[in-house]
Ligand binder design. Structure first.
Ligand SMILES: *Cc1c(COP(=O)(O)O)cnc(C)c1O
Length: 412
């Protein structure tokens, strides 16, 4: 980055510091990954320059010859990877993708049934703080308080009574598999559209490690930077009958020019995901999450749903006299980066929740296996149990540094 170093030493220094931080800490944020340098190169490439309103072969700017080929390549790879009839690779983010789906087939005021934020859903699924709740009439289903798994019977009862135009499935902090067929049956019964937002788990789905929602849904949205391990951005998959509506809803409906540099990164991401190494890595992510979950349960932490089937673990720290925000701070101080998270119970304060969410994507991308995942769970417990003992905390921080040195953050 010699040009940047010369032009703007201040920003250059921040980038250097951030790169150093990524290398020297263990990233257990379930919404992050460690993409390879090829993704970052594509994001920083000359495609960042091109204005290209429209779609391949139908642009509102000249000079799109290579942009057209690139976007078509990204679309073809996305369709092949997920077995989808149609793909739109232009959404700037997961939320943009969801907005475009809502506005493609719904009218303002239409009813939508989605998963509650505090039970694992996402802001853009009609939470009060999201403008989606002002455009549409949302109601929310949740998990069974005993099993903490989606209560499909309650979902069905609500659907029959509320008669939504669309049902949204998918979550940000749900550690179990979702029964898409069951939700698709309910949607069919009431003539509702089904949108599955698989942002967190798209990599696991791409690799076939967990079931795919694509055959059961009208629309599937996802982000490319979580388990899919690409750059930032969103994608919409849909049935052919909605292709035109979705494309119009993204441009000119919700967005202007696409970011072709991000489209280039998406093409690289899908290309990598089509390879056998990616499948092995995604399996390892689940194995590592399971290993962390088992160790934490062994130390007496209560796991939401009792375990995990995917890349994330949600556990309570209140049983150890802590809140999620305190645990997050204690762990960050020893180089373990996690996020506080609400657990499925009523009345939780999102700033001081009971839980912590862990994801195994970035550590797996660094080449760590179950042994290291178990070791990390041990370090988490040691740090939390000795949060006032600076000697022990220093020892944990040294173990974190040692792990980081053994498994450099060079991307998978
Ligand atoms: C992360 C996430 C998104 C948000 O994507 P952005 O890129 O932040 O807009 C949407 N839906 C779900 C379920 C997510 O987990």
């Amino acid at each position: 980055m010699s040009f940047l170093k010369n032009d703007d030493p201040e920003v250059y220094a921040l980038i250097e510091s951030e790169t150093h931080r990524l290398g020297e800490t263990l990233d257990l944020i379930a919404a992050e990954s460690l993409p390879p340098h090829s993704i970052l190169e594509a994001q920083g490439s000359s495609f960042a320059i091109k204005a290209a309103e429209g779609y391949p072969g139908r642009r509102f700017h000249a000079g799109c010859v290579h942009g057209d080929t690139l976007e078509s390549l990204a679309i073809d790879r996305a369709k092949r990877l997920f077995g989808a009839e149609h793909a739109n690779v232009q959404p700037h983010s997961g939320v943009s993708a969801n907005l475009a789906v809502y506005f493609s087939v719904l009218k303002p005021g239409d009813r939508v049934l989605a998963m509650k934020l505090s039970h694992g859903g996402h802001l853009s699924h009609g939470d009060r703080a999201s403008m989606t709740s002002r455009c549409f009439e949302f109601r929310h289903y949740g998990v069974n308080p005993e099993t903490e798994r989606i209560d499909y019977e309650a979902l069905e009862t609500m659907a029959l009574e509320f008669k939504p135009r669309m049902i949204v499935a998918g979550a940000s902090s749900y550690p179990r598999l979702i029964d898409y067929e069951r939700i698709a049956d309910i949607a069919r019964k009431i003539g509702a559209y089904l949108l599955v937002d698989m942002a967190h788990i798209a990599g696991l789905v791409a690799a076939g490690v967990i079931p795919s929602p694509v055959p059961h849904s009208d629309f599937v949205t996802f982000t490319t930077y979580k388990t899919l391990m690409g750059g930032r951005g969103g994608v919409i998959l849909c049935k052919e009958e909605f292709a035109k509506k979705i494309d119009q809803s993204i441009f000119p409906g919700c967005q202007g020019t696409p970011a072709l540099n991000m489209v280039a990164a998406k093409a690289v991401c899908f290309g990598r995901a089509l390879k056998p190494e990616f499948v092995r890595l995604q399996r390892q992510i689940v194995d590592n999450a399971v290993a962390m979950a088992r160790r934490l349960a062994g130390f007496g932490y209560r796991l939401v749903t009792g375990g995990t089937d995917n890349h994330l673990v949600l556990f309570e720290v209140t049983g150890k006299g802590l809140t999620g925000d305190v645990a997050e701070a204690v762990l960050e101080a020893v180089g373990i980066v996690v996020n506080r998270n609400v657990v499925p119970r009523e009345g939780e304060d999102p700033l001081r929740p009971s839980g912590v969410r862990l994801g195994a994507t970035a550590i797996s991308a660094r080449g760590m296996g179950e042994e290291e995942a178990g070791q990390i769970a041990g370090l988490i417990d040691t740090a939390l149990a000795n949060r006032d003992d600076s000697v022990v905390l220093k020892r944990v921080a040294e173990s974190v540094s040692e792990l980081c040195r053994r498994f450099p953050a060079k991307g998978f």
